[in-house]
Design a protein around this ligand. Structure first.
Ligand code: PEP
Ligand code: MN
Length: 377
């Protein structure tokens, strides 16, 4: 059960003290406090954990400072979308809003391979007015003999160039918690104005110790990819690990499922799950057409399979697109086959715009029919 307190409730005040006294007298129930510091107000929620079945919503609602009570189902207590749960989804980070109603494109390098390619990439982003990107420094590779990413060595120029080209958020995978400190240190030493979204890759979706460590820090938001060989429920529980440690700025990423049934694509595209995740949770949903499709092939009309998959995610309401680009895919050290060329960025963005508009029209249409049905009843 969640008690949503009145905005700006003073947790040092008398009312809150009385509330705490009552809650601590409930048998078999313990509490966990969560505060969200927004630009205008501080939102406080008290999670009641344990034997809450017998508690009445009306009684809890009458307690001091309590504005609203939400009874949560067992699954995804914090990130889940519960019955009568109208808490807002999403968050703002470094001036960029992420929600179930927004769309942000993160075009960038799968793996950073040189300062030159980072600069070319960022120039192209600036020309297209994009403020988000992806830059892989720590790469989890199938073979130990493959390029493992440049690691912390590339961070200073990545962050310096990001500031220079007006980039606000960089999605960057971490494979070990020590890398969070390296990122923090490089941001500080370069005095960069960019932000970083920590990415949990599909190979680490159930690396619970990494999830706990990334969840314990509240400075950076997190993009968690769906595990490529586990159920959706298992992956959503993995996301809940982050939130249960205190970090709720979580985006859920679909990136295709590993099965030969997806051949000749690298993975089987699962973007029909965008609305499923939005219904079950309050997380914004990202799609990664590059790692889903993995190949540079196109249909007979000339449209790249990667652009078709992007469109399938966006038409279903995706909130973020993570997509690989490279100034020269033929020399990219990781996943060159799925990288689009910088010259293809304007085409890609125009295509996304068309599909986003179509999605928005579909939402209006659904509302119109819903209203008409309600009137008819
Ligand atoms: C990536 O985004 O660079 C990546 C490795 O993706 P995934 O974890 O989905 O394979
Ligand atoms: Mn990759």
């Amino acid at each position: 059960m969640i008690l949503i307190l009145e905005p700006n409730t003073d947790v040092a005040g008398e009312d809150f003290k009385r509330l705490q006294e009552t809650l601590s007298s409930l048998p078999g129930v313990h509490t966990r406090l969560h505060q969200e510091h927004g630009a205008q107000q501080v939102l406080t929620e008290v999670y009641l954990i344990g034997d809450t079945q017998s508690l009445s919503v009306t009684d809890m609602q009458a307690l001091p400072s309590v504005e609203r009570v939400v009874r949560v189902s067992e699954a995804y207590r914090i990130l889940g979308r519960h019955k009568d749960d109208t808490r807002p989804s999403g968050f703002e980070y470094n001036g960029v809003r992420f929600g179930q109603d927004t769309l942000n494109v993160f075009a960038g390098l799968c793996a950073v391979d040189s300062e030159e390619s980072v600069e070319h990439m960022m120039q192209a982003l600036q020309e297209s007015s994009l403020v988000c990107t992806r830059m892989g420094a720590y790469k989890p590779r199938t073979s130990p003999y493959s390029f493992q990413g440049l690691g912390h060595a590339c961070l200073p120029y990545v962050f310096r160039l990001a500031s220079q080209y007006g980039i606000k958020v960089i999605a960057m995978e971490v494979t070990h918690e020590s890398q969070i400190d390296e990122i923090r240190a490089a941001l500080a030493s370069t005095r960069s104005t960019t932000g970083v979204m920590l990415q949990i890759g599909t190979r680490n979706t159930q690396n619970f110790e990494l999830l706990k460590a990334v969840g314990r820090q509240h400075e950076f938001p997190v993009l968690i990819k769906r595990g490529f060989g586990i159920t959706l429920e298992e992956s959503l529980n993995a996301a809940e690990y982050l939130a249960s440690e205190g970090n709720r700025q979580v985006i859920f990423g679909l990136r295709g499922m590993k099965t030969n049934m997806g051949d000749p694509h690298r993975n089987l595209v699962d973007f029909a799950h965008v609305p499923v995740v939005q219904r079950l949770t309050r997380m914004p949903v990202c799609v990664d057409p590059s790692h889903s499709v993995g190949v540079p092939t196109r249909g007979p009309q000339g449209i790249l399979d990667i652009m078709h998959a992007t469109a399938q995610g966006v038409i279903a309401g995706a909130n973020m697109v993570l997509v690989d680009f490279h100034p020269d895919p033929s020399v990219a050290k990781v996943d060159g086959a799925q990288a689009l060329r910088l010259e293809e960025l304007p085409h890609f963005l125009e295509d996304v715009r068309i599909v986003r508009e179509a999605y928005q029209k579909r939402v209006e249409l659904a509302r119109r029919f819903e209203k008409a049905e309600a009137i008819a009843q």
